[in-house]
Design a protein. Structure first.
Length: 454
C-alpha cells in the first residue's frame, strides 16, 4: 500500500485497515487520498508559493533592558498599516487574547477588534488590528497581511514543555502496556493493544500503535496522537471490543454526556440556591488587616492579589462566597486562606480548615499559629497527631465557641462535631477526600462561606 498524502499531514490522521484489506484515513481535514491498490501513485506534493515568509521576530527586544517589547510590537503593527497590510495577532486562548489585547492597548495600540474566527479576521479593515484565537506556533507575512502569533512576540510558550512532558508520559504509559492489554481510544472505543509497528508512508517509516477492534479490524494510531489512548482498567482486565466505525461507542458517550448534563443541572441548582442565599456582610478592619498583611514576608503575585480581592469583595458584600483557588505548590494559596480566615475570625465567627492528611494538618497549624501570634484568636487542631485530651478540648471549644480557628483532617466532618458559629470553611485538596466525606461537605457548606484550595 502507498499513502497518498504528504508525510507532514500523516501525523494528524489515524489510519484504519479493515478486515477486507482496504485502508482509509480516519477523521482529518488534511487528508488528500486513501490507501489503495495503485502503488504507482506519486506521493510527493507540488509546491505552491504564496509569497509568504516568516515575520521578523522580537528576540532582540525581549532581551534588551532599554526597549519596551510591547511598544515595539505596536510599532510593527502600525508600520503594517503604512505598508497597506492587514495586521492579525493569533492567540492560543480567549484568556491569552484578552491579556495580549490589554497589554498592547496599554502600550499605544488604538484601533483593534476581537475577531471570532480567521475568516472574520481576514475581512477586518486595514488599520484595525484583529486578535483571533488560533493555535499556530509561527506567524507569517505576505504582501497583503502580517500575522503575528504569541511565540513571535513572547518566545517559546511554557505550555510547550508541558506538552512534551505529557507526550513523554503517554509514551511511558504505552511502553508499560503489554500485547493483549485493553485500551480505550477517545473516538473509537475499546480496543486490544497489539504493540508498536512501523508503517511506511511516502517512502519513510512512521511509528504507529497497532490496535485491534471487533471482527479483526485494525487501527494504526501515530505515536504523536498517543494521548488519545488510555488504559482500560487494571492489567489483565477483560472487556468487549468495540466495532471500528460502529455506533455502540458513540451511544455510550452520548449516555455519559446525558448523565453529565443531569449532574450539571444539579450543580446549577445548588449554585443558584447559594446565589440567592444571603450572609451577613463582614466589615474588613483596615488597620488590623493591614498589620496582618504586613506579616507576609513576600511580595504578592498579581494572581494572589486578584484572588484575595475577589474573596474580600464577596465576604464584605453579604454574598455567600464559594471560591476555588488553583495553583501549584508554593504559589501562595495558603496566604489567600490566611487572610480570609483573619477577616472571618475577627468578625467573631469560626473558621474550619479541612485537609486530607495529618501531615498537612500539622503544617497548616504551625503556619496559622505563627501568623496569628499575638492576636486574640485561639487556634486548635484535630487529627491523629493530637492526644485524646487535646482532641476533647478542641471539640468542646468548637462547640462552645472558645476556639476561633480549627484545623484538622476528615475528623472535623464527623456528625458528632458541632460548630458554635461556623462562618468560613476552607477545604484543601478536596480531590483527595472520599465520596462520603464530600457528601458531608455538601451538607456543611450549604449556607456558609467556602474557600477550596487545589
Amino acid at each position: 500500500y502507498a499513502l497518498k498524502t504528504p508525510p507532514y499531514e500523516f501525523g494528524q490522521q489515524s489510519v484504519q485497515l479493515s478486515s477486507f484489506g482496504t485502508g482509509v484515513l480516519a477523521t482529518g481535514v488534511l487528508a488528500t487520498g486513501v490507501f489503495g491498490a495503485d502503488n504507482s501513485a506519486d506521493s510527493s506534493t507540488a509546491n505552491i508559493d504564496y509569497g509568504g515568509r516568516l515575520p521578523a521576530g522580537f528576540a532582540a527586544e525581549r532581551q534588551s533592558v532599554d526597549i519596551n517589547l510591547f511598544e515595539a510590537v505596536v510599532a510593527r503593527l502600525t508600520k503594517a498599516k503604512t505598508e497597506d497590510k492587514r495586521a492579525i495577532i493569533a492567540c492560543w486562548s480567549e484568556g491569552t487574547r484578552e491579556r495580549m489585547r490589554q497589554v498592547l492597548v496599554d502600550n499605544g495600540l488604538q484601533s483593534h477588534k476581537l475577531a471570532q474566527n480567521w475568516l472574520e479576521a481576514q475581512k477586518t479593515p486595514i488599520g484595525t488590528v484583529s486578535l483571533v484565537v488560533l493555535g499556530i506556533e509561527s506567524g507569517f507575512e505576505t504582501s497583503e497581511m502580517l500575522v503575528l502569533c504569541e511565540q513571535d512576540i513572547l518566545g517559546e510558550r511554557a505550555v510547550r514543555g508541558l506538552s512534551k512532558r505529557r507526550s513523554k508520559n503517554a509514551l511511558k504509559e504505552a511502553s508499560s502496556l503489554a500485547a493483549g492489554d485493553f485500551v480505550v481510544h477517545l473516538d473509537h472505543g475499546i480496543a486490544r493493544f497489539l504493540g508498536l509497528k512501523a508503517i511506511e508512508a511516502a517512502g519513510a517509516p512512521h511509528d504507529c500503535v497497532e490496535l485491534e477492534y471487533a471482527r479483526g479490524d485494525k487501527l494504526y494510531l501515530p505515536v504523536e496522537n498517543i494521548e488519545l489512548l488510555t488504559r482500560y482498567g487494571e492489567a489483565g482486565s477483560q472487556a468487549q471490543l468495540d466495532r471500528l466505525g460502529g455506533v455502540a461507542w458513540q451511544a455510550k458517550k452520548a449516555q455519559l454526556k446525558d448523565r453529565i448534563r443531569i449532574m450539571a443541572g444539579q450543580l446549577i441548582k445548588i449554585a443558584a440556591n447559594r446565589a440567592m442565599s444571603k450572609a451577613e456582610p463582614v466589615e474588613i478592619p483596615p488597620g488590623a488587616y493591614d498589620e496582618f498583611v504586613a506579616r507576609f514576608q513576600f511580595e504578592e503575585t498579581e494572581d494572589q492579589l486578584t484572588a484575595i480581592e475577589a474573596i474580600m469583595e464577596d465576604i464584605s458584600s453579604g454574598k455567600v462566597m464559594d471560591r476555588l483557588v488553583c495553583g501549584d505548590v508554593g504559589f501562595g494559596k495558603t496566604e489567600v486562606a490566611l487572610r480570609a480566615a483573619f477577616v472571618i475570625a475577627l468578625s467573631g465567627r469560626q473558621v474550619a480548615i479541612v485537609v486530607p492528611t495529618t501531615l498537612l494538618a500539622r503544617q497548616h497549624y504551625r503556619t496559622f499559629v505563627e501568623r496569628f501570634a499575638g492576636l486574640p484568636i485561639k487556634i486548635a487542631q484535630a487529627s491523629r497527631l493530637v492526644s485524646t485530651s487535646e482532641m476533647k478540648s478542641a471539640k468542646q471549644g468548637i462547640s462552645d465557641g472558645s476556639v476561633d480557628i480549627i484545623i484538622g483532617t476528615h475528623a472535623l466532618l464527623a456528625k458528632s462535631i458541632s460548630f458554635y458559629d461556623l462562618g468560613l470553611l476552607v477545604i484543601d485538596e478536596e480531590q483527595h477526600f472520599g465520596v462520603g466525606h464530600k457528601e458531608r461537605l455538601k451538607e456543611i457548606k450549604h449556607s456558609i462561606h467556602v474557600l477550596t484550595l487545589s
